[in-house]
Write a protein that binds this ligand. Sequence first.
Ligand code: ZN
Length: 312
Amino acid sequence: MNRTASLLLATLALASACDSKTATTGEASVAAKTATASAINAVANDPADAPTSGAAATATDEANAAPAPAPGTIPAAKAADAAAITARKQVPILCYHQIRDWTARDSKGAKDYIVPIAQFKAQIKMLADSGYHAVLPDQVYAYMTTGAKLPSKPVMLTFDDTDLDQFTVARPELAKYGYKGMYFVMTVSLGRPHYMSKAQVKQLSDEGNVIGSHTWDHHNVKKYQGQDWVTQIDKPTKTLEDITGKKINYFAYPFGLWNEQAFPELKKRGFVAAFSLAEKRDQQDPLFTIRRIIASGYWSPKTLRNNIVQSF
Ligand SMILES: [Zn+2]
């Protein structure tokens, strides 16, 4: 899938994921897209503001002090049931795609997925200035399943679709604040122009970021049958494990779209959790529908902060 098509589909997915009526049926539509843009704008214009905290995160902050236990080391008997997991306060999780300046060719809808470089830097600086601590999925998983403590003001930063600017722009920016992130890699793109190489993905992993599976070429999980699970899940996940030398424990649904049939398929392949977008979690399987919000290119740092507070 080419870059434009991928972005277009991602745009439709945002529309689907963010509009509750549409999310119920799972079908993206132009109407939903319009509704999503309105919703984002409504939030952006919301005069309500969250209080500012002066505490800045540092490179030696508590988020990095103690590694969380690996998911496989948490005994099932100690893990909370779905109701207990759902009852816990959600950890704010942000989802980024492209980080680059807008061009005349970028559509209105695409700009939710393209965060201009200065805007991205301002968003991340806001998180640090407000005292947010970037956490990683093992910490979130341990918190959800056992109630393990998280640092104060946790936030998880996730990057989807293998875009090169996640390596060239986001990686050094996060490093300034001692932040690490989660990168959901679509393997068809590895090494293509404007996308990360295998060596760059390995470097991210070696530096303490976490690599997650995001299919081979971004097909909708709800449509998989038979061999699709091998093509979209088994093979690309093995590729990522070969690149990183680590087990891949986490999955992100393309377009944020999922159905209940996907959960057992992902579980039997060794995933311990999966990430969707802004729609409601599944009540029986909250670990396989962990919510994220797309940090829009339109969002000022203040709007982002408001949305973090309101959405989770
Ligand atoms: Zn994606």
